[in-house]
Structure formats: C-alpha cells, structure tokens
Design a protein around this ligand. Structure first.
Ligand code: KIV
Ligand code: ZN
Length: 540
C-alpha cells in the first residue's frame, strides 16, 4: 500500500478495543452482526478481535474473516502482542479473508518498559524487527503499533518506527493509549515522524486514541493535517475507560468540513470527492446496533448519534429551522440515516417482509430466532398502533444476544401499589428445561423482580446500573431497559425492551445473568494488561 492512499482510511476497532469496555462483552453472533453492518457502513478495516485471547475470540475473528471479508469487502484484522504465538494465532484466524492484516504492538514509553514489560529500549529494538518480519512471513499486510507512543521519547519512537518499517510493516500506528495528548502536540508528533523517520514513505501513518480528556477526535483531526491517513475509532466512541475516538464524529467532521480538509490531502478546496469511503446514511443504524448489542447506552446529547443531536427544542430554534434549515442545522438528519423510520409492517404483514426489513437493519436471524421475533412482532402489533424500525430493533436485539443462554425467563408477574408490598413472582427455565418459580418482595416492583431472579439464579452479583428509556414517543411506546451487574470486579450488561417495563426489566436482568455465566467460562486475556508468557499456547 502506498503511503498516501489519497483519502482517509477508517479502521474500526469496535470489536476489539470497543469490546474491552467494561460490561460490553459480545458473543460470536453479536460480533458477526456488527461486523456485517460495519462492512455495509463501508469501513476500510475491521479489527475483529484478539485471536490469542481465547478459543471464543479466535472463532469470532475466523467467522468474521470467512463471512464478512470478501473480494470487495473490508480488510479483516486481528490484534497480536509482539509474540510468535500471538502472531501465529492471528494469522490463522484471519486466513479465510482475501484482504487480511496482522496488527502487532509493543509498548515503547519508558514508564511501560520499566513497570509493565520490564524490558530495556535495546530489548524493544530487537523484538520489533523480529516480530514484524515474522508477521510479514505469514501475511503481507502488517500494522505495527508503538503502545503509549505519545509518552515515548520521540527520538526512540523514530528509531522503533524505522526498524518496524525496515522489517516490513506497511502501516505504522501511533496510539495515545492513555488519552493524554492535546491537538497541537499530537499534530507536532505526527509531523516529527514524517520528518525524522527516513523510510516513513513506505508506510501509512495511522492514529489511535483514547478519550480520557475528551480530545480524541480533535487530536485525530490535527493528525490528518500532518499526514496521518488511517484513523482507528469505534462506533459510539466505546472503549476502555472514557472510550476511543468516535467513528461517527470523525466521519461527519470530514463530511461536513470537506472543504477545510481537502487541501491537507493535496486536493483542491472544492473537490467533491469524499474524504472517507463511509456511507454516512448507515451511521445511525450502526450506532443503534452497537448500543443494543453491547448494552452501552448512547448519551442523548452525543454528537451525530445522540437522541437529541437533531432535536430542536427551543421555540426560537424551531422558528429559524422552519424558515430556513441552515439557520441552526449544519447536518441534514437524512445524511446520517435518521429519517422517519415508520414502516408499513402491520398486523397483517408476513414473516418474509419482517425478515427483509430486519436484514436491512443489520439483523440476520437464524430460523428459530426469526420465529420468535415474528411472534413478538405480532404480539406488539396487537398492542401498539405503529411499529417503527426502532421497535423492531428493540425486539430482535434480545434474540441475537443469547444463543447459549443458561436461563430463560418463562413468567413474570408483579403486584404493587400504594397500599401493598411490591411482590414479584417469576419462573426461570434452566438449560435442561427444568422450571422453578419463586416469589419475593422488594422496595418497588423492579427491586422485587430482581430479588426473585437472584433467589432462583443463585449467582452473587450487585446491580450497579438500571436505566429505562422509551424506544419511541407516545403512551404505547416500548420501554428499553439496560442493566449492569458486577460480579468478581467484572461488569456484565443486559438489555431488553417490552411495552411493559417490568417485563423488560426481568428480561434484561436474565440477559445480564446469562452474560455473566458465559463471561465466567470465557475469561479471555487482555492484550495490553496480561503479560506474554513464552511458550504459551492459545486455547483454540
Ligand atoms: O490504546 C492502545 O494503545 C491500543 C493498542 C493495542 C493499539 O489499543
Ligand atoms: Zn486502545
């Protein structure tokens, strides 16, 4: 690949760095659904996971490589620490994709060398070419990252980058691992790399950044101005701690302010050629899919995809917008795929019409799940006047969520009111189909339901988050519930929707319990926090 691809490449890491957010763990079906939607969105690279982490992670990357990578599809990439076993597992997992990449990394800052890796700069300078050339012997497209680049001595950083490129790295990634830098500093760092690394012309410069100070997107924009041509980002900005740079914000800045950025890419200011290959109309749909499947709620005032991003509450604004949209709007909501999504599916609509609409929304359900979704759709059509895309998304996201569920909610009933003690009765089925029913009281109906479910499931946990919001407007709207449970210092989220919020609560709680059980079995390695153990074999 030439140094400058002539546009900005979008490297999506929702399924790798995004999935490292506490409580955002995804199962294989969910990862596949997101990867398919990312391909529709038009990202250039999908970082599908860290294959060495566990058998489940390997299988997910491999399935994505088989089913989402294609002749005209995105590059499928896997992450590997700078170790032979990691790199080999990664190469094997991405092998089915015609366009595949190994992304290998090692920390380069003194603080990481001393306290995490217990290695010297000299050691790192020996490991980097060794591992990059090993990766190159397996796959042609190799990305190398200097973890914590922003806090690395620039002179040492240049040396490491030069060695990585000489060994065959085709993309060099500069991460702000701890979200510490500021726009002008980051721009200067990228300019310095361009100036001082003699062979930089042989690789694409990429940037990766966390949002601890809320500057990730701004930092990336300055990096583009100084020569970066690949941005590593996530949908809804999810990721470790305060998250990663948000894909939708970056793409829309470059869409709306194309004339400003064109000259930095050597183009005429008025060039109409888009700066990225992303289909902006897919942004809203992708954001909802990721939010529904990860249980990571998008804040209402989030730029581009927040519920309020296109709402004009105040009378003065509404008046202006009605006279001329441009008075207060810089983006037409249709550009990001946010339009009146009322669909003509109703009580009499058939299964295939519903399936077609679901596929357009990014949900490809297996036969049984589709039957279940159709039953819920019909049930909803009896209770609700109009069914929108959002309703459909809300009812099916539970279906994609739990193929290997340990518990199934069979029944829930509550009694409450001003003069009675809130009491819930619930029935749970286990994997063998055995059913157990119990009643419990609580401070309110939600507490009573959670209490009853905990008595049946018998898995210690703390409820650390409970949120409910309506899917659409109107008195007949479905309530969407998100729950987070803490168990052994890990977080697990659950998500469900129903016109009855108490039922949605019970479903979301069971969903979180199922993820907890699955997470206990999985316990994958963390690519940045777990040390490399020489001779360790992946659990494939
Ligand atoms: O934040 C970081 O440094 C990373 C690297 C593995 C690229 O995620
Ligand atoms: Zn990161």
């Amino acid at each position: 690949m030439a140094k400058d691809p002539g546009r900005v490449l979008i490297f999506d890491t929702t399924l790798r760095d995004g999935e490292q957010s506490p409580g955002a763990g995804l199962n294989l079906e969910e990862k596949l659904a997101i990867a398919k939607q990312l391909a529709r969105l038009g990202v250039d690279v999908i970082e599908a996971g860290f294959p060495f982490a566990s058998a489940g992670d390997f299988a997910a990357v491999q399935r994505i490589a088989q089913q989402v990578g294609g002749e005209h599809g995105p590059i499928i990439c896997g992450l590997a620490r700078a170790s032979r076993a990691d790199i080999k597992a990664c190469a094997d997992a991405v092998a089915p994709a015609p366009w595949r990449r190994i992304h290998t990394f090692i920390a380069t800052s003194d603080i990481h060398l001393e306290h995490k890796l217990c290695k010297s700069r000299k050691d790192v300078l020996a490991i980097v070419p060794d591992m990059v050339s090993y990766a190159r012997s397996l796959i042609e497209d190799v990305e190398f990252s200097c973890e914590d680049a922003v806090r690395t001595d620039p002179e040492f950083l240049y040396e490491v980058i030069e060695a990585a490129i000489a060994a065959g790295a085709t993309t060099i990634n500069i991460p702000d691992t701890v979200g510490y830098t500021t726009p002008s500093e980051f721009g200067t760092l990228i300019a310095g790399i361009n100036q001082h690394v003699s062979n930089i012309g042989e690789a694409v410069i990429s940037v990766h950044g966390h949002n601890d100070l809320g500057l990730a997107v701004a930092n990336f924009l300055e990096a583009i101005k100084n020569g970066a041509r690949q941005l590593e980002c996530t949908i809804n900005g999810i990721g470790e701690r305060a998250g990663n740079a948000s894909l939708e914000e970056l793409v829309m800045v470059m869409h709306v302010r194309r004339r400003y950025f064109n000259p930095f890419l050597g183009r005429n200011e008025n060039s109409p050629t888009p700066l990225t290959a992303v289909h902006t109309k897919e942004l809203t749909k992708t954001s909802r899919l990721v939010s529904n499947l990860t249980g990571m709620v998008v804040q209402p005032n989030k730029a581009i995809v927040g519920a309020n991003a296109f709402a004009h509450e105040s009378g003065i604004h509404q008046d202006g917008v009605l006279k001329n949209r441009l008075t207060y709007e810089i983006i037409d909501a249709c550009t990001v795929g946010l339009k009146d999504s009322r669909i003509s599916l109703g009580k009499l609509s058939g299964r295939s019409a519903m399936r077609a609409r679901l596929e357009e929304l990014g949900y490809c359900l297996a036969r049984d799940d589709l039957d279940e979704a159709f039953a819920r759709f019909k049930e909803l059509a009896d209770r609700k006047r109009e069914i929108t895309d959002r309703d459909l998304e809300a009812i099916v996201s539970d279906q994609v969520q739990q193929p290997e569920a340990r518990f199934q909610l069979k029944f829930v009933q509550v009694s409450c009111g001003s003069s009675s003690r809130p009491t819930a009765t619930v029935t749970l089925a286990d994997e063998e189909g055995g059913e157990n029913t119990i009643s419990a009281v609580g401070t309110g109906p939600v507490d009573a339901v959670c209490h009853a479910l905990n008595l049946l499931a018998d898995i210690p946990n703390n409820l650390v988050e409970f949120s409910v919001k309506s899917v659409t407007e109107g008195i007949d709207a479905m309530g969407e519930v998100t729950i987070r449970l803490r168990h052994d210092s890990s977080l697990y989220s659950g998500h469900a929707a129903d016109t009855d919020v108490v039922v949605a609560t019970a479903m979301a709680f069971v969903n979180a319990l199922n993820r907890l059980v699955a997470g206990q079995k999985r316990r994958p390695l963390h690519p940045q926090k777990d040390p490399i153990v020489l001779g360790a074999k992946p659990t494939l």
